[in-house]
Ligand binder design. Structure first.
Ligand SMILES: C[S@@+](CC[C@H](N)C(=O)[O-])C[C@H]1O[C@@H](n2cnc3c(N)ncnc32)[C@H](O)[C@@H]1O
Length: 248
């Protein structure tokens, strides 16, 4: 069961009774959260690239995919975008033709309809695939090197299988040495799962939203690095989530 809910920046998100969680932070605002925790940091870090390959975990209401289009069109119109987004809930995706999206997504109504009804969209500058599949299987089968991984599943407490060390091993494989992962989670277990896959862990902090995390194997200048060795020394019992141990 899903209900549309207005969040604090005026944009609508949804509430899932199955997971007992909203699709976005209602306090940070759905659009604001997507912008500050995912789209802005990713595009800023990849501003030199003229083709960006993006993995969006998981599609949900599609804010991260749609805002990536908006951000590209507004600030980097010459950049081509390729997006792969897995999503388990086919009924949700099909229902999005009627979702009360923010005004800035109006130009993308035809794209939303194609994604909701055909599972994909393509033009000269854009290729999007929304696959109705378990994300573990979807990314497990994905190949090549990608630039961005938006990690935006429901929280580790209710959806642990998408936050394990093994899942982030796929992120490490697909992002290579240069790619960037963004997530709202600041949980030590999440950061450990990333760190143990060779990612450097960075703090995404700013006005108007709660702290978030950026991870990459390359050195991200000008972003505050989290001292993981210190965190581990202070919390010697802490463990990442693992496929066989999914309790925080
Ligand atoms: C927090 S919402 C994603 C919000 C989305 N990024 C947005 O901007 O609207 C989490 C989504 O993960 C989906 N999901 C949960 N488990 C999944 C799995 N194993 N594989 C694929 N999708 C999954 C849920 O159906 C839900 O749509």
């Amino acid at each position: 069961m899903k209900q549309w809910v207005e969040s604090d920046d005026g944009s609508y998100t949804a509430y899932s009774s199955e997971y007992d969680e909203h699709y976005h932070s209602t306090k940070d605002g759905a659009l604001n959260e997507s912008l500050k925790k995912h789209i802005e940091p990713a595009f800023t870090l990849l501003r030199e690239k003229d083709h960006i390959r993006l993995i969006d975990i998981c599609f949900g209401l599609g804010f991260n995919t749609l805002l990536s289009l908006y951000y590209r069109d507004t600030y980097y119109p010459d950049t081509t975008l390729e997006i792969y987004s897995p999503e388990l809930d086919g009924d949700l995706v099909a229902s999005l033709v009627d979702f009360p999206y923010p005004e800035i997504f109006e130009p993308y109504r035809n794209i939303i309809t194609d994604l909701a009804t055909l599972g994909g969209y393509e033009d000269e500058r854009t290729q999007i695939t929304v696959e109705i599949i378990d994300a573990r299987k979807g990314v497990g089968e994905l190949e090549g090197i990608w630039d961005v991984w938006y990690q935006d599943a429901f929280s580790p407490a209710v959806n642990p299988i998408l936050w394990t060390r093994e899942f982030f091993a796929d992120a490490a494989r697909l992002l290579g040495e240069e790619g960037v992962l963004t997530t709202y989670s600041t949980a030590l277990a999440t950061r450990l799962a990333l760190y143990e896959n060779g990612f450097g862990v960075y703090l995404n902090r700013g006005e108007g939203y709660r702290n978030a995390t950026i991870a990459s194997r390359r050195n991200l200048e000008d972003i505050e690095k989290v001292d993981m060795e210190h965190k581990i020394a202070c919390n010697p019992q802490a463990l990442p989530l693992m496929d066989e141990i999914q309790e925080l």
